[in-house]
Design a protein around this ligand. Structure first.
Ligand code: AMP
Length: 940
């Protein structure tokens, strides 16, 4: 309880100056001043004493403590009945000091005060007084101040002291909240509710603000709610102190500061969390109490397995999980182009099982990859902090690229063929249906077979049967009459089956009774005979519908008409030229993009006609477009259109990322499987079959005139008339006039300019040789004259290294002297398909298919015995990139090289099989040459 003394009243006078100010002694004989009155002898006393004006301040309830003595009337000698033993206490509220201007009647009586202890003896002046203490309460007060008044009505009183006070609750700190000095309420029973204020660095507990109640007695009662130290601070006594360095308190709810968790620190006081050390992070969901963690190290022990266009990857978890247990894996798939060597994300067509990211298991299967493309896969281990760290991610990417990424470059994949969608019902009978279809738009390889699946439409359990066909038509027999069947077709290549095309419904004919055509053999023969005749006539005199004939643009009087008949005029604004990629005879060849309205933009090659051209040059330039525009085949370069109405004049062609085949093969010497090489040859043959079917003779078929796209699809290009050959740096003038690419050209074409599809077949044989020898120059550095001579004498190019004998035989067939003996392109396609279907026929036992030793060949095979240095020999066989490998392994002489085995070659770190074979083959030749020279063999 607290008392607040308002003001010690001085008794400044009375209305009736009967009260006297007298000195005396209190109980303890301490001198005191008192006001006294003792008019007991006379009746009707009315003696007033009043205080000065007392300002009440905040108080509403005032306590008045009176100390006084009072004389017992009985003890007074001679006193009559007028003697009193009480006096009255009054008060009067005013806002101002009003002096004496209050009438007695205006005072409000507080109480009549009687003495608890009156005294009886002694003389008033010298006796020891017995002091009474009485307290009275006034209130509630409403004015600024008040007067107190004492009325004597005939007693003998000595007023020793008057203490006027009020009560308040003193400021305290309770539950970390400060409660200010609070004056008690006006009523005895009132509790004053007081809101606490949190001490510094503390905050109110949620929904629990601090309150206390100040009682009328000036006591704090009923504390409610509390404050708590803010994050970063903890409670010490009635205050909040900051957490020390190396400590933190993350929330006001926590009681204590804690030491920083592992891999975190702070060097400030009052921290609510600790910062992570460099290279360590906290995931958003990580509370500040957990250790800082880092991205995991890379997955380990990567294994992969390739199955056609599906790749399976397996790995073991990273050595370091970064201190977390939420490690998952994500796969980054990139497809890389050859030229320029750039890698792009694989996009959404690739499938991942079970998924691409968020993998919890350590394996994944990647499906639907493209055929003939190279991919790089990276498996990244990821945890909750991987995405927070840029530097760490870069680091992870680098480390993955070196040790964990499975770069299967240069492994090429085959992807399955696309759907067979255009199915035609050729003939529907009671028991059979004949169907034909188009080759799928993207065969992605050589289609060796089609599978026709069929079932009865209304059959409940959907049991289906299949029929296979090697061509694009098939007859399905043994069907029920009047029955609806569903047919679906899919293509098969070395990459496996494609997906089935759309369902085709066919209802067989009704069962005929009696003389149905299927019942009567006589009629059948007649019908077949007639049909056969019709078909024969049809074949002889009518071009098979669907096979267009090539029209020579030269036959047009106005060459512009030819261009616009066969080529689409493009708006130049749809074309964006990006960079120059080559030089053509008429101007630059650029790459760029074509965006036709409503279509996706596509990469294109743009051939431009240089400024200052003559009319003839323009005609010749556009002639290629007039020819190309007539073709539509997956193995023939596709013309997008021309720009003839603006400048520069342009021919826009589909973009072939890997450029011309000869340069491409030379760049990737030894890097393909035989099947892949045969796949390329098959594509070229299919393109040529199409061109020859249209009656177009190419005249300049050579690997340099084949373009390769990013999927390793080869397409025939470079169309023109005589100018194409003029343009060819390989073309030379012959005695028959005109320029001819001698090494690629059939004898009859060189001799008397007999260019036919059969002479294209000869050239095709040379292309086969170029492909199988990875872009070697036909007849090496023999002169054109020598080539012509050798050919006339019956010499033919030997099989390139590791060339399957069957393929070399096909080349030799293409180089038959009599052109009628050469295979047709259709047959070539068939033979290659057969080889692809039976890859065993393409196996070459090591060393069985090296170049035959012929006198001619001997002239062109370097004499290895003439070399003195290993480096000279390696340069001669174009394997100089391995000079360091040989030197490091200590092979300093050709003699030591001649003793090497295939294992020795492999142990040098030469991993490409093609290169191993090339080197071994050369070593074998070297041995043979040494044997010939010295008459002694080399011991191996
Ligand atoms: P050409 O005038 O047809 O001999 O073309 C010159 C060079 O341009 C070729 O050797 C190719 O490297 C390049 N080129 C031509 N056409 C294309 C194309 N469609 N895609 C990519 N490169 C091409």
């Amino acid at each position: 309880m607290c008392l607040s003394v308002l003001q010690i009243p001085t008794i400044i006078g009375t209305a009736h100056i009967i009260w006297e100010e007298i000195s005396g002694l209190d109980e303890n004989y301490t001198p005191i001043r008192t006001y006294q009155v003792c008019q007991v002898m006379e009746p009707n006393q009315n003696n007033w004493l009043r205080t000065n004006w007392i300002e009440k301040g905040d108080a509403q309830r005032i306590f008045v403590e009176l100390k006084f003595t009072l004389r017992d009337c009985n003890s007074l000698p001679g006193v009559v009945g007028s003697c009193k033993e009480t006096f009255n206490l009054y008060y009067q509220e005013t806002d101002l000091e009003v002096g004496r201007n209050i009438r007695e009647s205006q005072y409000v009586k507080i109480d009549t005060i009687a003495a608890d202890e009156s005294f009886t003896q002694g003389d008033l002046g010298e006796r020891k007084m017995k002091l009474n203490t009485e307290v009275r309460i006034i209130g509630p007060l409403s004015r600024r101040g008040f007067y107190l008044a004492f009325q004597d009505v005939g007693a003998c009183i000595a007023l020793v002291s008057v203490k006027v006070y009020y009560k308040k609750c003193w400021s305290i700190i309770e539950n970390l909240a400060t409660f200010p000095d609070t004056v008690t309420g006006s009523e005895f029973s009132s509790l004053v509710e007081v809101e606490g204020t949190c001490v510094s660095d503390a905050e109110e507990e949620a929904d629990n603000s601090p309150k206390m109640h100040c009682s009328a007695e000036g006591e704090w009662l009923v504390p409610i709610g509390k404050c708590i130290c803010k994050a970063g601070f903890h409670q010490k006594g009635d205050a909040c102190e900051p957490c020390g360095r190396g400590f933190y308190k993350s929330s006001s709810q926590d009681l204590q500061c804690s030491r920083c968790p592992a891999h975190s620190y702070n060097d400030r006081e009052g921290s609510w969390r600790c910062d992570c050390e460099d290279g360590y992070y906290r995931a958003l969901s990580d509370p500040p109490s957990v250790a800082c963690t880092r991205p995991p190290s890379a997955p380990q022990n990567m294994l992969y397995n390739i199955n056609h266009t599906t790749v399976s990857l397996e790995w073991t978890p990273p050595a370091d999980t970064g201190g977390r247990n939420d490690v998952t894996y994500r796969i980054i798939c990139r497809r890389c182009t050859w030229e320029p060597e750039e890698c792009f994300p694989c996009g959404s067509n690739v499938g991942y099982s079970p998924q691409q990211s968020g993998l919890t298991d350590t394996y994944v299967t990647i499906t639907d990859l493209l055929a003939h493309a190279n991919y790089t896969f990276e498996v990244e281990a990821v945890n909750g902090v991987s995405d927070l760290s840029r530097t760490q991610r870069l680091f992870a990417a680098v480390s993955i690229a070196t040790s964990q990424a499975v770069s299967i470059f240069p492994v090429f994949f085959l992807s399955a063929p696309s759907q067979v969608s255009e199915v035609i019902k050729e003939r529907v009978q009671q028991h059979s249906v004949q169907l034909s279809w188009q080759e799928p738009e993207q065969p992605n390889g050589v289609i060796t077979e089609y599978e026709i699946k069929y079932y009865e439409k209304d059959q409940k359990d959907r049991i289906y049967s299949t029929v296979k066909s090697k061509s694009t038509s098939a007859t399905v027999n043994n069907l029920k009459p009047s029955t609806a069947y569903i047919f679906q077709i899919r293509a098969f290549t070395a990459a496996g089956y494609g997906t089935f095309g759309p369902r085709v419904e066919v209802t067989t004919k009704e069962e005929s009774t009696g003389s149905g055509d299927e019942q009567n053999p006589v009629i059948i023969i007649a019908v077949v005979a007639v049909a056969g005749t019709i078909i024969l006539v049809f074949m002889v005199f009518v071009k098979f519908p669907g096979t267009k004939t090539y029209i020579d643009p030269e036959t047009y009087e106005d060459p512009n008409r030819a261009v616009h008949q066969f080529a689409k005029e493009l708006d130049a604004s749809c074309i964006k030229i990006e960079r120059v990629i080559g030089a053509g005879e008429f101007g630059e060849v650029c790459s760029g993009r074509l965006k036709l309205p409503g279509k996706r933009d596509v990469s294109v090659a743009i051939k431009t006609l240089k400024v200052g051209y003559t009319e003839k040059q323009r005609r010749d330039f556009l002639c290629e477009a007039s020819i190309m525009g007539q073709f539509d085949h997956p193995n023939v370069v596709h013309l997008e259109g021309v720009v003839t109405r603006g400048k520069p004049v342009m021919i826009v062609i589909e973009y072939m990322e890997n450029g011309s085949l000869d340069a491409f093969l030379r760049k990737h010497d030894g890097q393909f499987t035989v099947i892949q090489l045969v796949g390329m040859l098959r594509g070229i043959a299919a393109g040529m079959r199409y061109l020859s079917d249209m009656g177009y003779v190419h005249r300049d078929l050579a690997a340099r005139n084949i373009l390769v796209n990013s999927n390793l699809v080869c397409k025939v290009s470079d169309f023109g008339l005589s100018r194409v050959i003029d343009d060819d740096p390989e073309a030379v003038y012959t005695t028959t006039g005109g320029k001819i690419p001698v090494r690629w050209t059939a004898m009859e074409a060189i001799q008397y300019r007999k260019f036919t599809s059969a002479s294209d077949v000869w050239s095709y044989g040379i292309v086969m040789w170029e492909v199988m020898s990875y872009g070697e120059r036909p007849y090496w550095d023999m002169s054109n004259q020598d080539v012509i001579k050798a050919i006339e004498e019956g010499y033919r190019l030997p099989a390139p290294m590791d060339c399957p004998p069957g393929l070399h035989q096909l080349m030799l067939d293409c180089w038959q002297k009599d052109r009628a003996d050469r295979p047709k392109f259709d047959q070539i396609v068939g033979i290659l398909d057969k080889m692809i279907r039976n890859p065993n026929t393409l196996k070459t036992p090591m060393g069985t298919c090296t170049r035959p030793i012929s006198p001619l060949l001997d002239q062109n095979t370097p004499d290895f015995t003439s070399f003195r240095m290993v480096s000279e020999w390696l340069e001669a066989i174009k394997m100089e990139r391995y000079i360091d490998n040989f030197t490091a392994a200590g092979y300093s002489s050709l003699e030591s090289v001649a003793r090497m085995t295939i294992e020795d070659v492999m142990s040098l770190g030469i991993s490409l099989v093609g290169h191993q074979k090339k080197i071994m083959s050369s070593i074998q030749t070297m041995r043979a040459q040494m044997l010939h020279l010295h008459g002694t063999g080399v011991q191996v």
